[in-house]
Design a protein around this ligand. Structure first.
Ligand SMILES: Nc1ncnc2c1ncn2[C@@H]1O[C@H](COP(=O)(O)OP(=O)(O)OP(=O)(O)O)[C@@H](O)[C@H]1O
Length: 426
């Protein structure tokens, strides 16, 4: 017989696609009562530990949207930590299920431990799931058998799936009767489910209410995504020389690792600390001319005596893999790209808060002679007149690099939520 969710004793299982997925979650940020215990476990210390109780959070879309996973985790943990001691789920460990967003076989294979006891023992030990999965993997087991195995493993626990479609459908098919929602970002849904789980009366009412709605509708609730996943974006970051394009890109690379940052080819000489293939592809003028002749550059320009250009192939490769691409170009280059991609790319113009600030920044960089600085500032004045050709303008104020990067991230996130998605073809 299938028990309502509220009556099922629940245990929080940790399953990460890769141990490092969970390792990257810094729980100290969420609460000082929460510690990262093991590679693939998130521990929760409570003095009122009495019986085994936990809750599962399934998250898919992980690889493409780690920030969703992060915010869902943050939400869940802070939600647990903010509860009065007596209403906390009594657990010595709060583990988190992070399900892969594709390849159900991967998930099932990872669940495919030898027995329920084995799995539970493993789970209690807090060992790394990644390690465990390797040793217990059974090659060639039919998917159905694995599903059954998984079903056995998680039967008796309650699982909240706040993940994407696959995570939800897997959880609901493997643990029937358990609540599920369709979006990691919808913390509110997770909260409702969570509250339902820890308060038996509410949980029961909620389960009954949901069943009643489903019955009245005459068809079961659908776990299919309500909208297709967002399309890959091409984000063009531009602005006058010295405004901070490189600095912004560097920081953006640290905070949004899932983006591909196109490496520009240039004929200018290397500055101290720059690395070939990482900061730029440093090429000779002859090599650059070959790229032009082969029409293998998305844009190129002669900037202050040096060539700079974007290799097309990099952009093509990323788009075909569904990756978002970030380009860093001067204003002239942005105009060329706009003439090719039109409104299918996102154009962001960086400005300093004032001309004085821009001059100061260039002077402090100590890479320009007086003559070059004159040329750069005169050019910057002209470039500012082209602001209208861009979609967004972001002020990179002195000492405010973090804020600049945050604003750019917000723009990108908003672009992902557009109803009419931009489609890039090169
Ligand atoms: N918000 C900021 N506050 C203070 N200094 C900054 C800020 N942003 C960038 N800088 C500094 O300003 C200088 C110029 O920045 P950067 O080299 O990134 O500009 P750029 O736009 O890439 O220039 P170019 O187009 O000439 O390569 C650097 O020394 C950088 O560290």
């Amino acid at each position: 017989m299938q028990l309502p969710c509220s009556q099922i004793p629940f245990e929080f299982y940790a399953v990460a696609l890769k141990p490092c997925n969970v390792k990257s979650v810094d729980c100290h940020k969420f609460s000082n009562r929460c510690i990262v215990a093991k590679q693939s476990c998130v521990s929760f210390n409570s003095p009122s530990i009495c019986k085994k109780t936990s809750i599962g959070l399934a998250m898919s879309y992980f690889r493409s949207r780690p920030q969703y996973t992060h915010s869902a985790l943050k939400y869940l943990i802070s939600s647990v930590c903010s509860r009065p001691e007596q209403s906390l789920p009594c657990t010595s460990r709060l583990n988190v299920n992070i399900l892969p967003d594709s390849a159900s076989s991967l998930l099932l294979r990872r669940f495919n431990t030898n027995s329920v006891q084995d799995f539970k023992a493993f789970n209690r030990s807090g060992a790394s799931f990644g390690k465990r999965a390797k040793t217990s993997e059974k090659v060639g087991t039919p998917l159905e058998a694995r599903a059954k195995n998984t079903s056995e493993l998680i039967r008796g626990e309650s699982v909240v799936s706040a993940g994407g479609a696959l995570g939800c459908s897997l959880i609901s098919s493997l643990a029937p009767g358990c609540a599920s929602s369709t979006e990691v970002g919808s913390a509110a849904v997770a909260e409702v489910m969570f509250k339902g789980e820890i308060n038996e009366a509410n949980g029961l009412k909620q389960t009954q209410a949901l069943t009643a709605v489903e019955t009245a509708l005459g068809t079961p609730f659908s776990n299919s995504p309500q909208v297709p996943p967002p399309k890959p974006l091409v984000i063009v970051i531009s602005g006058p020389s010295g405004v901070g394009k490189d600095a912004v890109i560097k920081r953006l690379q640290e905070v949004r690792r899932e983006f591909h940052f196109v490496v520009t080819a240039t004929t200018r000489s290397k500055r101290p600390g720059e690395v070939d293939g990482i900061d730029y592809y440093f090429v000779t003028k002859e090599e650059f001319r070959k790229l032009i002749d082969d029409k293998e550059l998305l844009e190129f320009a002669l900037v202050y005596g040096d060539y700079k250009g974007i290799p097309k192939q990099q952009v093509r490769d990323c788009i075909s893999k569904g990756l978002d691409v970030v380009l860093r170009v001067d204003v002239q280059g942005a105009a060329t790209i706009r003439s090719i991609l039109g409104s299918n790319a996102v154009f962001i113009f960086l400005v300093a808060e004032s001309e004085v600030a821009l001059v100061k920044r260039l002077a402090e960089r100590k890479t320009e002679s007086i003559d070059k600085m004159v040329l750069r500032i005169a050019t910057a004045r002209e470039e500012l007149k082209r602001l209208q050709e861009f979609d967004y303008v972001v002020v990179n104020a002195d000492g405010q690099l973090e804020k600049t990067v945050k604003t750019i991230c917000c723009i990108i996130d908003a672009e992902k939520a557009r109803v009419l998605q931009r489609t890039v073809t090169i």
